[in-house]
Design a protein around this ligand. Structure first.
Ligand code: NDP
Length: 319
């Protein structure tokens, strides 16, 4: 395939999704709060990404980056660089809008911020319902199956082409499929070298649900890695050798491995050189021996360890 272009993957609802996207979450600060949006770096990043061949952008209501994502997209469409129908835009429903009747209004709010008429994919961000925006807000007693009915309504209205979920475990996904008329088209979960998600990926393959991998670099970079994070780091000698063999960087080898696992990675960067490099992963292939090395780092370790909701009956991860 051509460099700088991610091949399309077919979804179970007949639509297609580009096999790599740009993440736009600015992350947590050292004190665990959401990093505030201070400048227009996200808008610039999305413009650079579209110019570099990205056609898939990931955002969420809670990231506070929808306005910048939308501004960049509308600018690139106005310039004639890309058409709306060639782009794949994802946003996510936050925990405070899980009531069935709250889903369509929340989606309309995201569309207003983006300045777009429709989304390509809308995800339930977490299986957990809360009464307000604050992370420590009280839980709301709403089953995600009810929330899903609101998602189906949004899809029927044409406000979104495809609907899916994020941060659901196998039991929750299986229950949602059994109890609903529409299957999720995609599941977005953390996938990286330390968290390779064999069970969920296998389940999704069986049900033809696309797996979108967030935090694809995990703890690869020293500045992101917690003190207790397992290896590897980007200066790992074995990984550097594999990268050299392919004339690629360790970051590119990391992304290529996820793609070969059948995952759609959404690496985030606001740095031009990195944005450009992260999509140059469709012109080489790893061999079995190299994949075995990358497999050996799988530790069931989460880089995004969301533990504040562990007392919720809907908490998706092992406690
Ligand atoms: P990533 O694994 O994408 O890592 C992002 C970090 O890596 C940034 O600090 C970035 O720096 C740096 N980086 C990117 N590319 C390179 C490179 N080639 N070389 C060196 N450093 C690099 O983490 P995220 O947590 O941001 O995950 C990606 C996206 O997934 C998010 O942005 C968001 O859209 C989504 N997400 C979804 C979640 C969910 O609950 N559904 C949870 C978490 C994330 P810099 O930007 O400074 O260049």
């Amino acid at each position: 395939s051509r460099p700088g272009v991610a091949p399309l993957i077919e979804l179970n609802d007949g639509k297609t999704i580009p096999s790599l996207g740009l993440g736009t979450w600015l992350g947590f600060t050292k004190t665990g709060d959401r990093e505030p949006v201070k400048d227009n770096s996200v808008q610039k990043a999305v413009e650079i990404a579209i110019d570099s061949g990205y056609r898939h952008i990931d955002t969420a209501a809670i990231y506070s980056t929808e306005q910048q994502v939308g501004a960049a997209i509308r600018k690139k469409i106005a310039e004639g660089a890309v058409a709306r129908e060639d782009l794949f835009v994802t946003s996510k429903l936050w925990n405070n809008n899980h009531a069935k009747s709250a889903v369509v209004p929340a989606l309309k709010m995201s569309l207003a911020k983006l300045g777009l008429k429709y989304l390509d994919l809308y995800l339930i961000h977490w299986p957990i319902a809360q009464t307000s925006l604050q992370e420590h807000a009280t839980y709301a007693d709403i089953d995600y199956v009810e929330t899903w009915e609101g998602m189906m309504e949004a899809q029927a209205l044409g406000l979104v082409k495809s609907i899916g979920v994020s941060n659901f475990n196998v039991t929750q996904l299986d229950r949602l499929i059994t109890m609903s008329k529409v299957k999720p088209a995609a599941l977005q979960i953390e996938v990286n070298l330390n968290l390779q998600q064999e069970e969920l990926i296998k389940f999704c393959k069986t049900h033809n649900i696309a797996v979108i991998g967030y935090t694809p670099f995990g703890s690869l970079f020293h500045n992101r890695a917690a003190k207790d994070a397992p290896p590897p780091r980007s200066d790992d000698q074995t990984l550097l050798k594999i990268a050299d063999r392919h004339h690629k960087t360790v970051a590119q080898v990391n992304l290529r491995y996820l793609i070969e696992l059948g995952v759609i990675p959404i690496p985030k960067s606001v740095t031009k050189k990195r944005i450009e490099a992260n999509i140059e992963v469709f012109d080489f292939q790893l061999n079995q021996q190299e994949r075995d090395v990358l497999k050996s780092f799988d530790r069931n370790y989460r880089t995004i360890a969301v533990t504040m909701w562990k007392d919720s009956p809907y908490y998706p991860f092992n406690k």
